[in-house]
Design a protein around this ligand. Sequence first.
Ligand SMILES: [Zn+2]
Length: 270
Amino acid sequence: MTNLRIGDRAAVYFYLVCGQCQWCRGGRETLCENFGGYVGVHRDGGFAEFISLPSENYLKIPDSLDYESAAVAADAVNTNWHCMRERARINPHDIVLLIGAGGGLGVHGVQVAKCFGARVIAADVSAEKLDLAKRWGADDTINVRAGDDVAKEVKRLTDNRGVQAAIDFVGHGETFQSAIDSLATGGRAVIVGAGRGSVAFDPLGLLLHEQIITGSRHSTRAEFIETMNIMARGLVKPVIGKRVHFTEVETLFEDLKKQSLLGRGAVTYE
Ligand SMILES: [Zn+2]
């Protein structure tokens, strides 16, 4: 069953979920217990002229939304939409720390956090990435490579209180530790980046300050549709650092390896 017609423009939801289990039926389909994997990893797709997927994975692109925006909505924005509304529960009176704020996911996270009215503190490893985060709305910046201690800087910037939400787009033990150490009373530390490592925390501290340490996994299809709609209204814009023809797609991977790509890379077919 599908509401799509031949010729419609569609974006691809890249999680292959069953649609039947308690998580799928309960509106948390990224936790699907019969998870089939990712489009582009467990099914061919992406840099191909044709792709075959369950019809439920195609979502109609709003008429006023261009392809690049829809592509960025599909991962970089909808992941943030889910994280900030459902997991970090960001409010206009919150101060939010974003670790890795100048990366492809992070720079869209800055915009989504501003959509929710938060004050944003951006942490990253280069002046160039922090400039990018600032250009897209970050209020304060912390340069990790320049020797700034993230938690200490956060305390300095927040009258010693800490932040209501700390979101880690990098996902290493060290970065998530900084997120936890930066929390205010009632704060939420959310892991989004898939790195490696471990963290330490004081259970009594969690109890006394009612802090939450949690994860956020991608987005549901409903959130993806919402994301495309807010982008169609211009509330979040795609940050494209580089465009290449599909015959030169390898150059984007080289840039990713060198960590020199700002925002997202776009592949064009014309
Ligand atoms: Zn399922």
